[in-house]
Design a protein around this ligand. Structure first.
Ligand SMILES: CC(C)(COP(=O)(O)OP(=O)(O)OC[C@H]1O[C@@H](n2cnc3c(N)ncnc32)[C@H](O)[C@@H]1OP(=O)(O)O)[C@@H](O)C(=O)NCCC(=O)NCCS
Length: 310
């Protein structure tokens, strides 16, 4: 299991090692750090046993346990690993800070690095957090990080809220399709602008071309049912086709979208404006609330959360 170094403005998160054991015992010394846990990790022996379990834990590469360092000193512990409490291999986040360093936004800063890593490097569909009902600081922290409270239940021996964070790409655009009457003219008209803005030609085929920038891409395709008008007068009178794919999510890859051949419904329109369709990405993941023992938050549509995960 490889646990990569993660850096933030003030902190370094690095993989937990056996040599960190006594530093972790210091993080948990006193009643505060394990106040909301089932075990009293303020007891050094219980804490050492807990560190051993963490060191023995196996999970997918890139997940695991990190110590949180500030200026070379270990001041906390954090994890991102398959949940022992939520079924379905859901990945759960956790964080613990030496109270001597509390109230400076350090836990927020450390914890924020984990979903970032989970989404950007590991490509996980969601990150979960279980927070004790009475743990005000931790509830504020997950809210600040954009987690959504999706329910509540008994976890780790007490009442916990269940939070989930989704990749920030959710709801952002995935690609745009433009149907144009004259591909050559469309390229001449705005191809140069895309290049100026850093877009790169991605694919080209008989009736179309796509450009890519970051995660998004743009497809320009000449409608086969409306051949390019040959004269200016014909161009003015030209009909374009407004298309609605029958399977709007059929294409989630960066390959040329198949919507025109995947049951798309096309109808002629009187407008000369090219038809356009914006398709946002869907996030694919694992079953969520249905097989867990918590009750949904009535103020949040679990269907929406689940849909966004499938
Ligand atoms: C919860 C914990 C990680 C917060 O650490 P921290 O570094 O003090 O937190 P931050 O400074 O990043 O602040 C996080 C939020 O909690 C609030 N907060 C911090 N201490 C608080 C306290 N004692 N009471 C109420 N709110 C508090 C902060 O104001 C901040 O909220 P804001 O962003 O709305 O201002 C830390 O107290 C801790 O280790 N607790 C024990 C372990 C634990 O409960 N871990 C979470 C398991 S899910």
């Amino acid at each position: 299991m490889t646990v990569p170094d993660l850096r933030t403005a003030r902190l370094r998160l690095r993989g937990l090692e056996p040599a960190d054991t006594e530093a972790i015992v210091r993080v948990f010394a006193g009643p505060d750090t394990s106040r909301f846990l089932a075990a009293d990790l303020g007891d050094p022996d219980q804490c050492r046993a807990s560190v051993e379990r963490r060191l023995a834990c196996t999970g997918p590469d890139g997940t695991g346990h990190w110590v949180v360092e500030r200026d070379g000193d270990v001041i906390g512990l954090a994890h991102l690993r398959p949940s022992a409490e939520l079924s379905g291999d859901l990945v759960e986040i956790g964080y613990f800070l030496d109270p001597a360093h509390g109230g400076q936004g350090l836990s927020t800063e450390a914890a924020a690095a984990l979903p970032r890593h989970a989404f950007a490097a590991l490509g996980l569909p969601a990150v979960w957090a279980l927070v004790h009902e009475s743990n005000v600081a931790s509830r504020k922290l997950v809210h600040r990080l954009g987690f959504t409270d999706v329910g509540g239940g008994e976890h780790y021996g007490g009442p916990h809220r269940v939070f989930v964070a989704l990749p920030t790409t959710l709801g952002q655009w995935h690609h745009v399709e433009l149907w144009v009457p004259d591909l050559a003219r469309a390229e001449e008209s705005f191809g140069w602008l895309l290049a100026e803005l850093g877009w790169q030609e991605h694919q080209r085929w008989r009736d179309g071309v796509s450009w890519k920038l970051g995660a998004g891409y743009l497809v320009v395709e000449q409608s086969r049912r409306s051949p390019p008008p040959r004269t200016a007068a014909a161009r003015r009178a030209s009909t374009t086709w407004r298309c609605t794919p029958a399977r709007p999510n059929a294409s989630t890859s960066s390959r040329k979208p198949r919507s025109r051949t995947a049951g798309a419904r096309c109808s002629p329109t009187a407008t000369r404006t090219p038809a356009a369709l914006i398709i946002t990405p869907r996030i694919w993941g694992t079953p969520t609330a249905s097989n867990s023992n918590w009750s949904p938050n009535p103020r949040v549509s679990l269907d929406r959360v689940n849909q966004s995960l499938h």
